[in-house]
Ligand binder design. Structure first.
Ligand code: GDP
Ligand code: CA
Length: 313
């Protein structure tokens, strides 16, 4: 079976571990958000690609949720000693090696999709990892800062400001020039099922769907599309998704996100929507099912995947 998953970083990564555990012999492709990407200290940083790669390789830090386990921070301290900004973004010593390999390949002219494939040769994630696009298409957040309306990079908003400045809107800078990376559209139109991971609906899934060709391929493709709610009991399970949804006028609830994705019967994305078993939701034109949605370990995540595949049938 060919399974294609839209994914952000940490939520996407945990979910993909579940897909791999539930369907070890299937052909799994992950289309991963690159809207969080940023260039800092001369390095191209791809947080969601790296979260997925390290997590699937069991090389991730479980506590922190991002980056490498057994990491050290000597280079970060040295950069701070030089006063080299930004000091708010953490890149560990081990992680920097990944970034040196990435930037060297990008500078040599390789597209991000090839670089990702090359990095995955080492990490063997067991899932085909595709960046949503090879072009730069970076999410910016419109905020009020120092009495002025400003667009700041998503990372600055998320990490430096801890998403505490009210977001007025999100803008994908570079979207007009961006096209899906090689293999992305084929992975959607050739899939037996498309799964929308319980990732941030705005800045992870919303950014991927910002590419019109990807959105159309999912909305009009032959495969059933099943989404899983990242919102349980009116709040995100981890992270700060509750500071993103209001900016796009979506209620922070499983029903709100389900309705935001909408039914494929009327131009939306979903055939089925999985919500947590203590939640309830009605999404017109979409079959909603309530099952446990906490990804506390691979077995729980795998059970969610099995529920999604049952709903797809
Ligand atoms: P990021 O890019 O690292 O922020 O990660 P994602 O966008 O992939 O995932 C973030 C989302 O995952 C958040 O909105 C969380 O609510 C959701 N999430 C994290 N853990 C769980 C879980 O155990 N169950 C569910 N249903 N959602 C989760
Ligand atoms: Ca992310």
């Amino acid at each position: 079976m060919r399974i294609t998953v839209l994914a952000g970083g940490i939520g996407g990564a945990r979910f993909l571990r579940g897909v791999r555990a539930a369907r070890p012999t299937d052909d799994i492709t992950a289309i991963i958000n690159t809207g969080d990407d940023v260039t800092l200290h001369g390095l191209r940083i791809c947080p969601d690609l790296d979260s997925v790669m390290y997590t699937l390789a069991d090389a991730h830090d479980h506590e922190r949720g991002w980056g490498r386990q057994q990491e050290s921070w000597r280079i970060k301290e040295e950069l701070a000693a030089y006063g080299a900004e930004p000091s708010w973004f953490g890149l560990g010593d081990l992680d920097i090696a990944t970034h040196l390999v990435r930037i060297r390949m990008l500078d040599a002219g390789y597209p991000l999709s090839d670089v990702t494939a090359a990095l995955c040769e080492r990490w063997q994630p067991g899932v085909r990892m595709l960046p949503m696009t090879d072009q730069r298409c970076e999410t910016h957040v419109i905020v009020e800062l120092d009495g002025q309306r400003k667009a700041i990079h998503f990372q600055e908003w998320w990490i430096l400001h801890r998403a505490s400045l009210p977001a007025q809107s999100f803008v994908q800078v570079g979207l007009e020039q961006a096209v899906p990376a090689p293999g992305v559209i084929e992975a959607i139109t050739g899939a037996d099922v498309v799964l929308i991971a319980p990732s941030n609906p705005v800045v992870s899934i919303g950014t991927i769907l910002g590419l019109p060709d990807i959105r159309a391929a999912i909305a009009e493709g032959p495969a059933p599309v099943i989404g899983l709610s990242p919102i349980i009991g009116g709040a995100p399970v981890r992270g700060m998704a509750d500071s993103c949804l209001p900016a796009i006028g979506v209620e922070v609830s499983a029903e709100g996100v389900g309705r935001h994705y909408g039914s494929r019967k009327d131009g939306g994305l979903l055939d089925g929507w999985l919500i947590h078993d203590t939640d309830s939701a009605t999404v017109p034109g979409v079959e909603v099912r309530a099952v446990p949605l906490y990804m506390s370990d691979d077995e729980h995540s795998a059970a969610m995947v099995r529920s999604a595949l049952e709903l797809a049938r």
